[in-house]
Design a protein around this ligand. Structure first.
Ligand code: CUA
Length: 336
């Protein structure tokens, strides 16, 4: 049911979604280069598998027990062949060095590539268990969804600055690029240039605590004009004085609660930084870094008790009454 709702949600955006994160169908330059190493490695190890497996099968068959064999008689014992020992030492060393060399070349090519002129900068910060996404040039903060323009002209890339606020996480959108870790007290960089519009699914690829598996990520690749519209919309602050009396009441309720210690709503007194920025909460497709599709009932259930959908997460249940819950949710739903 949730999957179906999520499906409806993503199709509403009009972008094809790539739910199967297949590294053999890369849609970005780094992913493409890494696929070549994967193919080479699979090719070499495939040949080793066939040779070794074939020799084992051949030996079992060739030297099987035949009628009339004397079971007490030892087979001829052979040891100490210099040629064979040198061969099975040198060949694997050569194979290992070929793979190291090819991998090092691709890693260097990706790392040393200078990003094209029109490069979007994004700061991605790992938290237990969600992704903070910041667009420093636009003063935009969002969470768990990275919007980037498609590389239609061959000169558009996105440069990611990866950091962590707590433990080691790892950024991985398999169709776009290999994994890069987000490490506390260290800044890592990577770049991507998705060549096709669509929604690409990713996740945290480094065990980071109880909800590691629910640290999901969507990369929304949009045509440049749609991305521009999105980022302009995200840069807008929330309404300081909502006209709708229900929403105004909900805003007061929200601001009177501990919500504001962790969440920011730009343009209001909510300035927390520990949890996701909620300024444009309703523009996102999921709640809780991918655990629930965004809709009224899920949002209400989530605020009522986040521990139910995401046990161990750092958002507590505020123990609100039904009426308070309705007010807070009606305010959150005004954050578009
Ligand atoms: Cu973050 Cu695993």
């Amino acid at each position: 049911m949730y999957a179906f709702l999520a499906w409806l949600q993503t199709h509403a955006e009009g972008l094809p979604e790539h739910r199967i994160a297949n590294i053999f169908e890369p849609r970005s330059t780094p992913g493409d280069m890494e696929r070549h190493i994967a193919n080479l490695t699979l090719g070499i190890t495939g040949i080793i598998f066939v040779v070794v497996g074939g020799l084992i099968v051949y030996t079992i068959w060739r030297f099987r027990r035949k009628p009339g064999d004397d079971s007490r008689q030892e087979p001829p014992q052979v040891y100490g062949s210099n040629q064979i020992e040198i061969a099975w030492t040198v060949i694997p060393i050569l194979i290992v060095f070929i793979l190291i060399g090819v991998s090092a070349r691709v890693i260097a090519a990706i790392q040393n590539a200078s990003p094209p002129h029109s490069t979007l900068k994004i700061r991605l910060i790992g938290h237990q268990w969600w992704w903070e996404v910041e667009y420093p040039d636009f003063k935009v903060k969002t969470a768990n969804e990275i919007h980037v323009p498609v590389n239609a002209d061959g000169h558009t890339a996105t440069y990611l600055q990866l950091e962590s606020l707590d433990v080691i996480h790892s950024f991985w959108v398999p169709q776009i690029a290999g994994k890069t870790d987000l490490i506390p007290n260290r800044v890592n960089y990577m770049w991507i240039d998705p060549k096709e519009a669509g929604i690409f699914f990713g996740n945290c690829a480094e065990y980071c605590g109880t909800q590691h598996a629910n640290m999901l990520l969507r990369l929304v690749v949009q045509p440049q004009n749609e991305f521009n519209a999105w980022v302009a919309q995200q840069a807008q602050p929330a309404e300081a004085n909502p006209v709708d009396p229900g929403v105004a009441q909900g805003k007061n309720m929200f601001e009177s609660l501990a919500c504001v210690n962790c969440h920011r709503v730009q343009g209001t007194t909510a300035t927390g930084v520990f949890g996701p920025d909620l300024t444009h909460l309703m523009s996102r497709q999921t709640i809780g870094a991918g655990v629930l599709p965004m809709n009224h009932q899920n949002l209400r259930d989530w605020v009522n008790d986040p521990q139910n959908a995401k046990p161990g997460c750092f958002m507590p249940s505020m123990k609100l009454t039904d009426a308070e819950l309705d007010q807070v949710v009606s305010y959150l739903e005004s954050l578009r």
